[in-house]
Design a protein around this ligand. Structure first.
Ligand SMILES: NC(=O)c1ccc[n+]([C@@H]2O[C@H](COP(=O)([O-])OP(=O)(O)OC[C@H]3O[C@@H](n4cnc5c(N)ncnc54)[C@H](OP(=O)(O)O)[C@@H]3O)[C@@H](O)[C@H]2O)c1
Length: 310
């Protein structure tokens, strides 16, 4: 790859953007942190023209705090960033012939009769069938429109897991809940897949990719691995999707995404992607080692939240 590559990164203050920035810096790449708000087209264009990036990475977006329920009561703000802002930046890149990589979501599907639990998964060609949360709805709408752009790589992440016990990691989140549902899902182990995303950006791949480790893993399987690798005293209990719905402001998608397209591309780019169960175990083993090395074990382990998973 040419050493003249310049990455302009949106979302550097976020979880995934922060990891991307670290990977780029560690890899000796030139990375510029963007400051413009996505929806401010004029400012976005100014930054593109000033920095003349060869690659744009968009890890910016509204995810909601403390969770996606926030989007249900802040719909305009959610549209402004996740729809208007995301379309605007990809369009501005397209006008300038700049390749853009969007860190998107696979939470736009739910199991149905043609894609049952344990059966075949959703491919990149399947139409989204989940709009049970406003967050997911905006993400599916914007993906449908972005598909027409020839300069964008859309990576559908799901339930990301890091190799630490970050508050944002799916494992940490569910370890804090009093009760969890138990449904197999596709998930993205970030330390395995984010380096691949940078290779895909370098190779200027375009189109949609289900950006998850191969296979599916259930909540209980994740927590069992957590118990085995991190905290042998960990206990949890389950509840049903119907019981869960009573404590949530919006629905949550559960699905399995096919990853053959991603796996084939990974091989061409010289990456191997471990299956989800192996990847979760490896990530949690590293997380425990970090905690111990930092002298934060066991005090740094996730603590259960108050009643109702809040
Ligand atoms: N975390 C997940 O569970 C998950 C799962 C699947 C997909 N994803 C997708 O991955 C992307 C990054 O997720 P994340 O977890 O890293 O999110 P995050 O930690 O919430 O960070 C979001 C980032 O986006 C920036 N941002 C928000 N609105 C913006 C705007 N209007 N203009 C410019 N920057 C804006 C934030 O900056 P400020 O703090 O300055 O607002 C922050 O840097 C999101 O689009 C999300 O949909 C995340």
């Amino acid at each position: 790859m040419s050493s003249n590559e310049v990455y302009l990164l949106w979302g550097s203050t976020g979880w995934i953007g922060g990891i991307l920035q670290g990977l780029l810096r560690d890899g000796g790449k030139k990375v510029v942190v963007a400051k413009a708000r996505l929806q401010n087209r004029e400012e976005v264009e100014k930054e593109l023209d000033e920095h003349q990036p060869t690659r744009v990475l968009i890890a910016a977006g509204i995810t909601g705090r403390p969770n996606v329920d926030w989007c249900e009561t802040n719909k305009e703000a959610t549209v402004r960033t996740n729809v208007i802002g995301t379309l605007g930046i990809v369009d501005a890149c397209w006008q300038r012939g700049i390749h853009a990589t969007l860190f998107a979501t696979g939470c736009i599907y739910e199991y149905d009769k043609d894609h049952p639990i344990g059966g075949r998964g959703f491919t990149e060609e399947d139409r989204p069938n989940y709009d049970g949360s406003f967050y997911s709805k905006t993400k599916a709408i914007v993906e449908e429109l972005l598909k027409v752009y020839s300069n964008v790589l859309i990576l559908r992440l799901r339930m990301p897991i890091s190799d630490d016990l970050s508050e944002r990691s799916f494992v940490t989140k569910i370890a804090k809940y009093h009760k969890v549902v138990d449904i197999p899902n596709s998930m993205t182990v970030l330390n395995e897949l984010l380096p691949l995303s940078l290779s895909m950006s370098e190779a200027k791949l375009t189109g949609i990719y289900n950006f998850c480790n191969p296979g599916a893993i259930s909540h209980n399987e994740v927590l069992q691995i957590y118990k085995e690798e991190v905290d042998p005293n960990f206990e949890w209990s389950n509840f049903t999707v119907e019981e869960q719905a009573k404590i949530l402001g919006a629905g949550r998608s559960n699905n399995f995404l096919e990853t053959k397209k991603l796996e084939d591309e990974a091989i061409k780019l010289g990456h191997s992607i471990p299956d989800i169960k192996t990847a979760v175990r490896q990530a949690l083993r590293k997380a425990k080692a970090k905690l111990v090395a930092e002298g934060r074990f066991p005090d740094g382990l996730p603590k259960k939240l108050g009643p109702g998973n809040k």
